[in-house]
Design a protein around this ligand. Structure first.
Ligand SMILES: [Zn+2]
Length: 92
């Protein structure tokens, strides 16, 4: 018996699978990370975004990819990359 009060949306699983599907595409040789974010925009349309960490173009020939910055890799973190690609909602 299922409760009508529980939302069994598969959105979290869909979003997580998107991150799993792309994580190997990370350009970092050893710290391959992906993150996902999902929700609905101001038009109530659903969105899903998944991104890997990535090496900023401005770092090419300037910062070696195995360099540490603040005890972390020189990539833009996947979480930040995902949030930077959330659709912009009108009036937000
Ligand atoms: Zn991170």
């Amino acid at each position: 018996m299922s409760s009508p009060l529980i939302n069994l949306s598969d959105a979290p699983y869909t979003a997580m699978q998107m991150a799993v599907d792309i994580v190997s595409q990370s350009a970092h040789p050893t710290s391959k990370v992906a993150a996902t974010v999902f929700g609905s925009d101001h038009q109530k349309e659903p969105f899903y975004v998944a991104r890997t960490n990535y090496y900023p173009a401005a770092f090419i020939d300037v910062v070696p990819i195995d360099e540490k910055i603040g005890n972390s890799s020189p990539t833009v973190h996947a979480e930040t990359a995902a949030l930077m690609n959330v659709p912009v909602a009108e009036g937000a």
